[in-house]
Every structure is written in structure tokens, then in C-alpha cells.
Design a protein around this ligand. Structure first.
Ligand code: GCB
Length: 644
């Protein structure tokens, strides 16, 4: 069988990392590594950085150890070397090991090792334990007490690994080791690439590490495998049907009878009783009707608590907390997004979870600030190129921000998207995002990617059709979207038929675009009309517009604050003349690290910082922030007319 060079490279990389690979000597270690820090064994405490999810979560915080891989060695030998007691330094998790390293090497990626020694919170044999990683960039291999227990690839979505009973030390010290490899391939999400001059490309910095928190989950026989509480609202004056679907898993060694209950606000919901065999799953479903629901909207983000509890006899053995909201989001026959029956014309902000000193391992303060600054700008929607941290989803639910939820299928080249494996992995990302984030009323669109080729062709068409179908099957209540590079030469594309929402990334008057087709901003109104004419039945939103700014100067000069202010005024002014538009998102709220040699269209760039942000990396608001704020606040974003 002939393999493509990339798949072969991927396989070769895996082979090189496979346990038992031929050991090589490690020439890199010539000086003795620093002395090992005093071992600190901690018993994790109950705690969580976000509310929604299973109870009995223990934060694996406190002291972790970290070391960069010392050399490219076979995994077995590498593992022994890296887990020896010397050479580690103390760190905390979340952590991006290259948070402030702006070198080409840092962007290219490497291998780092994390270690955590801990005791179990309880010795009882009744409990099983699972480790939950919220986001590790990019490939992970996990060992418990020296034995491999699992692998994962891809950041921004959680993965869980069950810790086998036979390996766990119930009363002694357990050692968790994670090898994180953030070297990426053109088949990854986002993909790696090289510019003509050999520097890494990419849309944001390649921070390596355990970027979001890690939990130890304690399970008393029963665990939640899926929890879906889905309010369906057919019209704004209709009753809501709330569909519960909960799948439980019995980790125990004998069958148990489980009673499942919930609430919806103050109303009790009985999900029934089932006997679940050892190691088996059982699904509980029930739909309740809420006669006069209070609706969730950005102006009144009303939430219903819907905690789920599982009992064996009188004992509550498992709990899952969640809050959700009743609202409808759909695209009508006239190609308009409707929220609770009213035409949406949101104004939003694109964001990255980036921070000057923490990189992508941001803390709660940074997340709160992101939401606060977004709301102060007058925006009512957040968009990122990847699923946001669960805490941001919760803040959005509580404070009334909408979310355009996207998977990092970002500018993947057609030659790679053509590979079945790549499309399957993309489908898995989508599925995981929907299952992870579906209970948040803030999420209004599942976006299946960003800027694949502007001329989609059969390969992309196939991907979009499959992705849209999969999203609809998993969640028929939300529209499916995708963000395209906005070029007039692209014309109308049949391949976008399966989508409900088309996002247009438009940089008219900023980038020249191929053959200078977007250099002249005055061509924007006509271009937008042409997009509308292509897709009269789809909702159309501007998913990006923006201009870099890092200094004061003439209004005609790209890169000045004056240019940026004028740019946002012009673009928002044009959008205001398009009554069919369903929304517009400025790119981006705040500056972030993008890649070495970034210029972003600015004649005087400040690489690697992306400077289209309305707020500097260090938190200072540029003049355009206030222009946007004035115009966003002056826009009727939620249709003041009657519901349709
Ligand atoms: C885009 C990308 C975004 C970039 C932006 C830019 O179209 O989707 O990730 O940051 O352009 O500034 O060029």
C-alpha cells in the first residue's frame, strides 16, 4: 500500500515513540542534572474550577514536576530517563512550558514531561479513579506507577483515563507521569506548516504543556458517561420540552440497582430505576414539559438548575451538576438567525485564551477579564478557533454572552483533508465538542472549521457534508456553521449547501488578498451583496474583520490607531446597511502571540504579537475599542420587533 508522505511521517513518529522501540544512547546528557527537589506527596483536595460536571472531583493542583525531554530517545529508555529522580524542576499545573519563549524552536514544539506524586483521597476499595485532563497540547502519553495507562491527541477538549485498580496504590504514593509532545503535523488541528523561509506557520502560538487543569475523579461504582439536558422550544409562546438523556456506567464488580433523579428548576424529575450489570452501561431518558418557561437570552440570561443524582438504595453515589437555559436558535426561510424567534444581529469578539506570562495556561482571573472586557465593548458573542475552557462557557451562560463554538479544523490543506484519517479525527473533535458543551445555552452555533481552501471542491464538500450531518444527528437544535475566507473570486459554492450559517472572514481594505481583490475597501458592500445572492437561505455573519494597530500616526497609514479606528467605523457602517446580516465579530478583542515573523499586514509589525486586538496584550484599550463600543452599543442586536 502506498502511503502519503505525511501519514508515513505520522506513523514513523508513533513508531519512534512506541514502547519497546530500540533504545539509543543519549548523547545530550554530558553534565549531571540538578539535584531532585524534595519529593512532595500530596493528597488532592476536592475542588473544581468550574461547576458543571460530576461531583467528587479532586484538583490535581499543588506541586508538579517538569522537565524538558533531554534528547530524542526511544520511548522506553526516554521514560526511564525522564522518570529518574533527578533533573526535575518544580512547577504548577496548568502550565505552558514555553509561555514566554518567542523563539522559532518554541513555536516548532518539543517534548516535555510532567510528574505528580499523590495519595488517594480514600483507601476504600469501593472507589475507582479516573484522571481527567481538560486540555493538553498536543500528544499525550500517560503512565501510572510506571505502567502506560493511556494516550490522547489534540488540545482544547477533555479526555479521561481510568486508573486500573491493579496499578493503584490505595495507601502508598502514586506516581503519574505524562509525556507531552507538541511537535505537530500538517494533519493536526491546528496543522503545522512552514513558510517559504522555513519558519513555522500557524494562527496562534504553539504553547506546549498541560494547558488546563487536571482532576482526579473518585467514583463510587456509578459514573456519568453522558449527561444531556436539552430544552426544545418550538415557538416563543410554546411550552418547552426538556429532553433528558443520561448514560450511566457501572464501574463496580457486581450488578446494582440505580435510581436516577433530577430537577428542572424547582420541579422534580424522576428518571427511573434500572439494574446495571457489572462493567455495563445503561441509558435513562425522559422528556418533561415546562408549560411557561422563562427564556434565556443575553438580555435576561435565566438559568434552570438541573442537577442529576444517582442512588443505590438510600445512598447517593454519584452526582452531576448542571444549569441550562430554555431558548431557541434557528435559521428561518429568509436566511436569518433567530434567537427566541427574533432576528439576531449580534456584535461579537474573537478571542484567544492567551496571556503575556501564562501563555494558554490562563487562570480564572484572565477568564473573568475576557468576559468582562467583551461585555464592556458592547459585544454579546464570543468566538474562538477552538472550544473554550468550560468556565468561560459557564460565565457566558450566567452573564448572557453567546458563543460561536468552533473546532480547530483551521486552514487544513486540502491534500491532508483528503486523507480519511484526518477527516475521521476532525469528526471526532466535533463530536467531542458537542458532547462536552451541549448543555450550555450560550452556544448558538457548532462551527466545523475555519478557512479551509476558499475553493472547496469535492474533498472539502465531503468533509462539510459529513460534519454537518454528524452535528445535526448529535444535536438537532443548533445551526451548523463554518468560517470562510472572504474573497470575491471564490464565487458561489454548492459545497456550502449543508451549512446553516456561513461566517465570512473579511479583511477588505486591510490585506490585498490574491490578485489584490480585497485591497479596496469600497468593494465591500458589493461583495457582501454577492455573498447574500449566493446563499439567500443561509444566515450570514461576518466571523472576522480587523486591522493591526500599535502606534499613533496618519489615518491613511496601516498599523496606526487612527487607521484602525477608521477601519472599524467603515466596516461596521457597511454592516449597518445590510439588514439581512445576522451578526459581526471583530478579530480580536485582545492581542495574542501568533508566530515568529508575523506581520499581519502591518508595515511596522511587532512579531510575534498579533496586534489587531482592540486591547493590548497588557490590557490597555486602544482608541478603536471605544469606536467599536459606541457602534456595538448603538446596534439593535436582538431585534426589537415582534417574534417571528
Ligand atoms: C484569519 C484567521 C485568524 C487570523 C486573521 C489575521 O482569517 O482566521 O486566525 O488571526 O485572519 O489576522 O490574519
Amino acid at each position: 500500500m502506498r502511503r502519503s508522505p505525511v501519514i508515513a511521517a505520522v506513523l514513523a513518529a508513533f513508531a519512534a515513540a512506541a514502547p519497546g522501540a530500540v533504545a539509543q544512547t543519549d548523547p545530550a546528557v554530558t553534565t549531571p542534572p540538578p539535584a531532585a527537589p524534595a519529593p512532595r506527596v500530596e493528597t488532592p483536595k476536592q475542588g473544581k474550577l468550574y461547576e458543571q460536571g460530576p461531583t467528587n472531583r479532586y484538583l490535581l493542583a499543588g506541586t508538579w514536576l517538569f522537565r524538558l525531554d533531554q534528547a530524542e530517545v526511544g520511548l522506553k529508555e526516554g521514560f526511564q530517563k525522564q522518570t529518574a529522580t533527578t533533573g526535575w524542576s518544580v512547577t504548577t499545573v496548568p502550565s505552558a512550558w514555553n509561555a514566554t519563549d518567542e523563539s522559532v524552536e518554541s513555536m516548532s514544539g518539543t517534548v516535555g514531561w510532567y510528574r505528580k506524586d499523590f495519595r488517594l483521597p480514600s483507601r476504600s476499595k469501593r472507589f475507582s479513579y479516573v484522571i481527567r485532563f481538560e486540555s493538553v497540547n498536543y500528544r499525550s502519553r500517560v503512565w501510572l506507577n510506571g505502567k502506560p495507562v493511556g494516550t490522547n491527541r489534540g488540545a482544547y477538549l477533555p479526555f479521561e483515563i481510568r486508573l486500573p485498580s491493579g496499578l493503584l496504590k490505595r495507601s502508598g504514593t502514586n506516581r503519574l507521569v505524562i509525556r507531552v509532545d507538541n511537535r505537530r503535523y500538517p494533519t493536526d488541528f491546528p496543522p503545522s506548516g512552514l513558510s517559504a523561509t522555513g519558519t513555522p506557520t500557524g494562527g496562534w502560538w504553539n504553547y506546549g504543556g498541560i494547558l488546563r487543569e487536571v482532576y482526579l475523579r473518585r467514583i463510587d461504582r456509578i459514573d456519568f458517561s453522558t449527561v444531556q439536558v436539552r430544552p426544545v422550544l418550538r415557538c416563543t409562546t410554546c411550552a418547552a420540552d426538556v429532553q433528558y438523556r443520561v448514560v450511566l456506567r457501572n464501574y463496580g464488580t457486581s450488578a446494582v440497582k440505580v435510581r436516577l433523579t433530577s430537577r428542572f428548576g424547582s420541579r422534580k424529575v424522576d428518571l427511573g430505576t434500572k439494574s446495571i450489570g457489572a462493567k455495563r452501561f445503561a441509558a435513562f431518558t425522559r422528556t418533561i414539559r415546562v408549560k411557561k418557561p422563562r427564556l434565556w437570552s443575553p438580555t435576561r440570561p435565566y438559568l434552570y438548575a438541573a442537577p442529576v443524582r444517582a442512588r443505590i438504595g438510600k445512598k447517593t453515589v454519584a452526582g452531576y451538576d448542571l444549569e441550562t437555559g430554555v431558548r431557541s436558535i434557528r435559521v428561518n426561510g429568509a436566511g436569518r438567525l433567530l434567537l427566541n424567534g427574533k432576528p439576531l444581529n449580534f456584535r461579537g469578539m474573537g478571542v484567544h485564551e492567551d496571556h503575556r506570562t501564562l501563555g494558554f495556561a490562563i487562570d480564572d482571573a484572565a477568564r473573568r477579564l475576557m468576559v468582562q472586557e467583551t461585555q464592556e465593548s458592547g459585544a454579546t458573542l464570543l468566538r474562538a478557533h477552538y472550544p473554550l475552557h468550560p468556565r468561560i462557557h459557564e460565565l457566558a451562560d450566567q452573564k448572557g454572552l453567546l458563543i460561536w463554538s468552533e473546532i480547530p479544523v483551521y486552514a487544513v490543506k486540502t491534500q491532508y483533508l483528503k486523507q480519511k484519517l484526518v477527516r475521521e479525527l476532525a469528526a471526532r473533535e466535533l463530536e467531542s465538542n458537542i458532547l462536552t458543551n451541549q448543555n450550555h445555552p450560550s452556544v448558538i452555533v457548532w462551527s466545523v472549521g475555519n478557512e479551509l481552501s476558499a475553493r472547496p471542491g469535492a474533498v472539502q464538500g465531503y468533509y462539510l457534508a459529513r460534519a454537518a450531518r454528524a452535528a445535526k444527528r448529535l444535536d438537532p437544535t443548533r445551526p451548523v456553521g463554518y468560517a470562510v475566507a472572504g474573497y470575491p473570486a471564490a464565487g458561489c459554492q454548492r459545497e456550502y449547501d449543508p451549512l446553516d450559517v456561513i461566517g465570512v472572514n473579511e479583511y477588505f481594505g486591510w490585506y490585498p488578498g490574491p490578485n489584490g481583490q480585497i485591497a479596496d475597501r469600497t468593494l465591500l458592500p458589493e461583495y457582501l451583496d454577492s455573498v447574500r445572492a449566493c446563499y439567500p437561505k443561509k444566515a450570514i455573519v461576518i466571523s472576522e474583520f480587523g486591522a493591526e494597530a500599535n502606534r499613533s500616526g496618519p489615518v491613511e497609514e496601516k498599523g496606526t490607531f487612527e487607521f484602525q479606528s477608521d477601519f472599524v467605523n467603515y466596516h461596521l457602517g457597511v454592516y449597518a446597511t445590510k439588514p439581512w446580516l445576522s451578526g459581526a465579530v471583530y478579530w480580536a478583542l485582545k492581542e495574542f502571540r501568533v508566530r515568529p515573523n508575523w506581520d499581519g499586514g502591518n508595515p511596522r509589525p511587532n512579531s510575534p504579537i498579533h496586534e489587531k486586538g482592540l486591547i493590548t496584550f497588557d490590557g490597555v484599550r486602544k482608541p478603536a475599542f471605544f469606536e467599536v463600543q459606541r457602534m456595538y452599543r448603538g446596534t439593535d442586536q436582538f431585534g426589537s420587533g415582534p417574534a417571528r
